[in-house]
Design a protein around this ligand. Structure first.
Ligand SMILES: Cc1cc2nc3c(=O)[nH]c(=O)nc-3n(C[C@H](O)[C@H](O)[C@H](O)COP(=O)(O)OP(=O)(O)OC[C@H]3O[C@@H](n4cnc5c(N)ncnc54)[C@H](O)[C@@H]3O)c2cc1C
Length: 462
């Protein structure tokens, strides 16, 4: 039986789209106007259907790409045109919130925002939070090991996964939907699939770890004039907030100015012209007391000349105002003729000096107009958005070289949280050794000998 006829035996017509029916579908939320070319787009509803689809594809050595919310920033859902696309959007059940274990069991297609809302109703917190929460699905989030704004306290996605169900390339179902925190019964297999960008298996369900919901949220925005003081201020706040600090976001002046100057909506809570701006967040239990603690920490920091200015959010609307500034990266993108994005990691102590050098070197390129720098500095993770004059490949490569090459000597990473996909594949050897990459390829070949799962992404196989 041919591929499509075999798929028709598994799925009803409305969940198997081919040819003209693919129109209106897309491989990325920012590329909705580009035509989607593929052998088929399938919409399974159960793990058994995913398994049956993979058995059909395995028998025919048919390549597949898994679609989550399609918000990735590394072209990891971009098709070549000859794949079967498997969208898990219909596997969107939140099957159980367990109050005692503090877990939620979800299908891979559940959108992050829906998880946040569902557990909030039970006075619990799923601490993952980032700008794409309204579109990104938990399967895609796990497959990219997303980070976001609260990693300093709760870790990356990896730290929040207790159980996982996965379908392998040959259709085998590997299910371990346990709710336990501790499990040293041999290898922790789920870790292989977390962050594998759809190249090792298809995540169909997960058990997520929850925390007690916070009853207070406080934030302050401060200005500083030296990077060494940013590092000292981080220690000062983390110590003083005694385990309640959830965010510590650094913005360089070009980013802060773009995010607080029309057409960007927010007004600047602190004046322009400082060298660094830091936005701090703490989640606690007692609004009045926690706010006083944060205020006292700001006063000490001012007194000790760690910071030059500071402002404390006094209301929910202040919180939204301050965080809109940091989260609205669109203000930089919309100012750019063409934009190129980076998501790098480097040791915290090196960030100030290295980013100054990188920025200077980038601005020496004739076709670079502006460099916006910001990021999760407490995690050593910095984002750059480059405003450039053209999409020329030589310019793109020159920019990549300037940003990526210093990272090897510093022990950094070309991808802190967005993954490798297609866009960073050529730069993987800058931060992983030849022996590490060889081992990754062995694992890939073992799990997916025909290279059917997202071929050409992350690693090049012979
Ligand atoms: C505005 C904006 C802000 C962002 N902020 C952050 C941030 O702060 N931190 C961060 O880490 N990322 C961030 N991202 C990137 C992106 O949102 C994350 O990478 C997210 O985790 C991707 O989830 P998704 O469902 O959209 O996955 P997709 O983009 O659909 O897929 C990503 C990869 O995972 C694979 N995949 C998808 N679903 C599955 C599955 N069920 N099983 C196996 N493989 C699968 C795909 O094949 C692909 O390789 C941001 C993106 C945007 C647009």
């Amino acid at each position: 039986v041919d591929l499509i006829s075999a798929l028709k035996l598994i799925l009803p017509e409305e969940r198997l789209l081919t040819g003209a029916d693919l129109a209106g579908n897309y491989y990325h939320i920012w590329r909705m106007n580009e035509p989607l070319i593929a052998k088929a787009l399938v919409l399974p509803k159960t793990t058994e259907e995913v398994s049956a689809i993979m058995k059909v594809c395995h028998e025919r050595q048919q390549a597949v790409i898994v679609f989550g919310g399609r918000t990735n920033l590394v072209s990891s859902t971009k098709p070549r045109g000859d794949e079967v696309l498997i969208s898990l959007e219909k596997m969107n059940a939140i099957s159980e919130v367990d109050l005692a274990s503090r877990t939620v069991t979800v299908g891979a297609g559940v959108i992050l925002e829906n998880i946040l809302e569902a557990v909030k109703e039970k006075e619990l917190l799923f601490p993952l939070n980032f700008g794409a929460r309204g579109s990104a699905q938990i399967g895609g989030i796990i497959a990219t090991n997303a980070g976001g704004l609260r990693v300093i306290r709760y870790g990356m996605t990896r730290n929040l996964i207790l159980g996982l169900e996965v379908v392998l390339a040959d259709g085998t179902i590997i299910s371990s939907l346990k709710k336990i925190i501790k499990d040293n019964s041999a290898y922790d297999l789920k870790q292989l699939f977390i962050g594998s960008e759809g190249t090792l298996g298809i995540i169909t369900k997960a058990v997520l770890r929850l925390y007690e919901a916070n009853r207070s949220r406080n934030s302050c925005l401060v200005a500083l004039n030296e990077y060494t003081k940013v590092v000292k201020f981080l220690k000062h706040m983390d110590k003083g907030l005694a385990g309640t600090m959830t965010g510590f976001e650094l913005m360089w002046p070009s980013f802060y100015a773009a995010a607080t100057t029309p057409p960007a909506e927010p007004k600047p809570p602190l004046p322009h012209g400082h060298n660094y701006y830091v936005l701090v967040e703490s989640l606690g239990n007692d609004q009045t007391n926690d706010q006083t603690v944060m205020l006292e920490l700001l006063e000490t920091a001012l007194h000790e000349k760690l910071i030059t200015d500071g402002v404390l959010a006094q209301s929910e609307s202040d919180l939204q105002w301050f965080w809109k500034i940091r989260e609205d990266v669109h203000s930089c993108v919309s100012r750019s003729t063409h934009d190129q994005h980076f998501d790098i990691s480097l040791p915290i102590a090196s960030i100030g000096g290295e980013l100054a050098k990188i920025r200077e070197n980038l601005l020496e390129l004739e076709d670079v107009n502006e460099v916006y720098v910001f990021g999760h500095v407490a995690d050593g993770n910095i984002h750059l958005i480059i405003d450039k004059a053209s999409e020329e490949l030589s310019l793109k490569n020159a920019i990549n070289d300037i940003v990526y090459h210093p990272l090897t000597a510093l022990g950094g990473s070309v991808s802190a949280e967005h993954g490798i996909g297609l866009d960073k594949k050529a730069y993987l050897p800058l931060c992983r050794t030849a022996a590490e990459i060889a081992l990754m390829k062995q694992i890939k070949i073992q799990l997916d000998p025909y290279n059917l799962l997202n071929p050409g992404k992350v690693l090049d196989l012979p």
